[in-house]
Design a binder for this molecule. Structure first.
Ligand SMILES: Cc1cc2nc3c(=O)[nH]c(=O)nc-3n(C[C@H](O)[C@H](O)[C@H](O)COP(=O)(O)OP(=O)(O)OC[C@H]3O[C@@H](n4cnc5c(N)ncnc54)[C@H](O)[C@@H]3O)c2cc1C
Length: 384
């Protein structure tokens, strides 16, 4: 596999790097402290085309591939992992679901607005009683005449309180198990639909995370996304893209930590010497360097397979699992290298450590990804 960037990919990286360094990084700490979702920055990213980067040009997108998506997210996450979460959920969970499963009318209605950033998107699968075991969701959708009536609660939904379109995963026939699940498109303002922002998160505090409440929420029949009973496939295909996004944002956070750690080790003196000269500090930096590069190549391999139209569930799982775990180690090592200064918000590591902590939990926990990898290697399915 050739991981040389194309001219366009190199330009995407340079443009996002420049924007993120100038406009996002200076405010990241303050937005984290205040749990502030920077709608103005998100709107700017929309105007620059980043919110439609891997959607087709015929729907107003940038026609970019998964490599471009990962490169862009890594650069964004170096400045603010929370904002990378916003963009990743918007593009992968909502945009790609509508692109892959929507009918032409739904695509025309939502994709151009998503691509321009006029609206944000999200996908709501997780519920108070159901996380990893998506097939057991309790939110119900029942057909009454020409309307679907939805009842249930969704929780921990990225962009849930600010989205203009929500992909809701609901169960339409409990007796059919995972084949009785269907996806729907829901817009704010629909009677019976309300949201409550979740505050007090450990990290990704510049991203909006919300609970969604569906109480006799009535949707026109045509708001079904994809065929009846195919909601599990809608969710799984969205996860396949979004997991790559979580991996890319993890590497971005880790890279920011590595760069900060190197800069600090080159200037901080103890025992009359630069700490970067101490071999135990070099060991920490060496571990971070190798693990970040390995994670990046796992991501590029998975993205390249997806761009080639090949199934990449195993490769995506490997990238997501490894990148999220090493990001946590990298942030922790960088904090260690900074000593007590790392324990404050004077440097970015403490925030990044909190931001990447969620990466081993969402979009499939590390345990779930080990099961997916184990299933692929042994041929034995641990989920049934
Ligand atoms: C900031 C944030 C943003 C999120 N964004 C979204 C979003 O946009 N949309 C959405 O739908 N959800 C979202 N989530 C929810 C997230 O995807 C779930 O929290 C995640 O899937 C795990 O589910 P759970 O928390 O219910 O944990 P559980 O599934 O209850 O798992 C609890 C523990 O048990 C382990 N476990 C579970 N099953 C097994 C098994 N078979 N074998 C071994 N161990 C197992 C897990 O690994 C975990 O350690 C978000 C969560 C957070 C915190």
């Amino acid at each position: 596999m050739n991981f040389e960037f194309t001219e366009e990919q190199a330009m995407i990286r340079a443009t996002m790097r420049d924007f993120a360094e100038k406009e996002i990084a200076p405010l990241a700490s303050e937005n984290d402290r205040n749990e502030h979702f920077p709608a103005d920055i998100v709107a700017k990213m929309g105007a620059m085309g980043f919110l439609g980067i891997n959607l087709p040009a015929r729907y107003g997108g940038g026609d970019g591939d998964y490599m471009s998506y990962c490169i862009m997210l890594e650069e964004l996450a170096k400045a603010d992992v929370g904002l990378a979460a916003v963009v990743s959920a918007h593009l992968s969970l909502a945009g790609k679901s509508i692109l892959n499963w929507g009918n032409e009318k739904q695509k025309q209605e939502f994709l151009p607005r998503l691509a321009r950033g006029e609206i944000l998107g999200c996908l709501a699968s997780t519920e108070p009683n159901v996380g990893s075991d998506v097939a057991s969701i309790e939110t119900s959708a029942t057909l009454h005449g020409e309307e679907w009536v939805l009842n249930g609660n969704k929780i921990w939904i990225t962009n849930g309180g600010v989205a203009g379109v929500v992909v809701v995963i609901a169960q339409t026939d409990r007796s059919q198990g995972s084949k009785g699940i269907t996806a729907f498109l829901l817009e704010p303002g629909t009677p019976g639909f309300s949201t409550r922002d979740i505050h007090g998160k450990l990290g990704v505090r510049s991203s909006n995370t919300a609970e969604l409440i569906l109480q006799d929420c009535r949707l026109p029949r045509e708001n079904m996304l994809g065929p009846l009973g195919k909601g599990m496939s809608v969710a799984l295909s969205a996860f396949d893209s979004a997991r790559l996004g979580v991996a890319a944002r993890s590497v971005g956070g880790a890279q920011a930590c590595l760069e900060a750690a190197i800069a600090y080790a080159q200037t901080r003196r103890q025992f009359g010497k630069l700490i970067g000269g101490f071999q135990l500090i070099q060991e920490l930096i060496a571990d971070m360097t190798v693990e970040i590069e390995a994670a990046r190549f796992l991501i590029y391999r998975a993205a390249t397979k997806k761009d080639g139209g090949e199934p990449a569930t195993l490769e995506v799982s490997m990238a997501k699992y490894y990148a999220s775990e090493i990001a946590l180690r990298a942030a922790n090592n960088a904090l260690q290298i900074h000593g007590s200064y790392g324990y404050s918000d004077e440097f970015p590591m403490a925030r990044i450590l909190r931001d990447v902590r969620v990466s081993t939990i969402l979009e499939g926990t590390s345990q779930i990804h080990k099961l997916i990898i184990g299933r692929a290697m042994t041929g034995i399915n641990a989920f049934v």
